[in-house]
Design a protein around this ligand. Structure first.
Ligand code: ADP
Ligand code: TRP
Length: 328
């Protein structure tokens, strides 16, 4: 960050499946760093958004709890971070309606995430189409200044900025603060085991808390070329290297790149190093997660406290918006 003044930071994760390395490096790592940097951080589980794709009630409930457990286990600290469920702040739905009234259809039709889902043959419903407007409401409700996300969410933040500017102009008022994305370029697109963007919806993830045996199998499935062990290899073209380097400092990255170029190293060796790095990096979080699972009263307290604080902020924004648009 260019300035040291603490900022209001906000981000959300959908409970649409198990969290993976892409979520960690693209988003959660930055959540933690921004928390450690003394910012006023708000992080929530986007369960309204997940309803666009998860239609099984038991699954939605379980995934929602899982994301909270994951975030706390990975290092979010409820003493410093406001942690809550999206659905505990229903004000965002009303704000979303107000924003819808200044949202051109054409703006939503251009959104990549919507077009990608259509291309995958998912039957589009209204919620999927309106998804970015609800996301804008999430961001604007809390006067957010910085929004840490991976590359795939950048366009949604541009939409948010657009809508905030349009609403402020239309109603001749400073209802909304204009937020900025916070994207770490080198971590913005983490590849999956098949080399495409890692995503829950592509079945190509390495889950953060997968049991070790299953994780090992998954790592072994990472797609590589078939260059023999003794031959030189190009680290820039290897999915294993792309993932391994996320865990390494500059020097260690250079060393591994050199190993690749020299030859004599098989992909199995790099895969094993990746597996060990994952086990070492998330081992403590795995233990903490087990403790948290056995202490759901504590989790409920955290959510209660978080949603009370979040709601207070959202209610103020909504009051400004209602006043500005002329609600009687
Ligand atoms: P998924 O695509 O697996 O459904 P989400 O859409 O729930 O993931 O993303 C949650 C957060 O993680 C977002 O900020 C998103 O940008 C980030 N993210 C997801 N996948 C990746 C990836 N492969 N690389 C970098 N960031 C990612
Ligand atoms: N759309 C985001 C995703 O899929 C989740 C999300 C919902 C979000 N509301 C948000 C992220 C507000 C940042 C800010 O990852």
């Amino acid at each position: 960050m260019s300035e040291n003044k603490p900022k209001r930071v906000l981000s959300g994760l959908q409970p649409s499946g198990k969290l993976h390395l892409g979520n960690y490096f693209g988003a959660i790592k930055q959540y933690i760093e921004l928390q450690e940097g003394g910012n006023d951080v708000f992080y929530f589980v986007a369960n309204y958004h997940a309803m666009t794709s998860v239609h099984d009630r038991a699954e939605l409930r379980q995934n929602t709890l899982d994301v909270v457990l994951d975030l706390l286990a990975l290092g979010l600290d409820p003493e410093r971070a406001t942690i809550f469920l999206q659905t505990d702040v229903p004000e965002v739905c009303e704000l979303s309606w107000i924003l819808s009234c200044v949202t051109p259809m054409a703006l939503l039709e251009k959104c990549h995430s919507y077009k990608d889902k259509l291309a995958k043959g998912i039957a589009p419903n209204h919620a999927l189409f309106a998804y970015p407007v609800l996301m804008a409401a999430d961001i604007l409700a809390y006067d957010s200044q910085l929004v840490p996300v991976g590359q795939d969410q950048k366009q949604h933040i541009e939409v948010t900025r657009d809508l905030a500017i349009k609403a402020n102009l239309k109603w001749d008022s400073n209802i909304f603060k204009i937020p900025e994305p916070y994207i770490v370029e080198s971590l913005a697109v983490v590849p999956g085991i098949d080399g495409q963007k890692m995503s829950k919806s592509y079945d190509n993830t390495l889950e953060l808390f997968m049991p070790e045996k299953a994780l090992k199998k998954r790592v072994n499935k990472i797609v590589t070329d078939s260059i023999p062990v003794e031959d030189p290899k190009d680290p820039g073209k290897c999915n294993v290297f792309a993932l391994l380097k996320l865990f390494l400092d500059e020097d260690a990255q250079q060393e591994w790149a050199e190993k690749y170029r020299t030859g004599g190293m098989g992909y199995g060796e790099a895969k094993n190093a990746l597996l060990q790095a994952m086990i070492a990096s998330f081992g403590e979080a795995r233990e903490r997660r087990k403790d948290l699972e056995n202490n759901l009263d504590y989790i409920h307290e955290v959510l209660k406290k978080g949603s009370a604080r979040a709601r207070e902020v959202a209610q103020k924004t909504l009051a400004r918006a209602r006043e500005a648009v002329g609600i009687y």
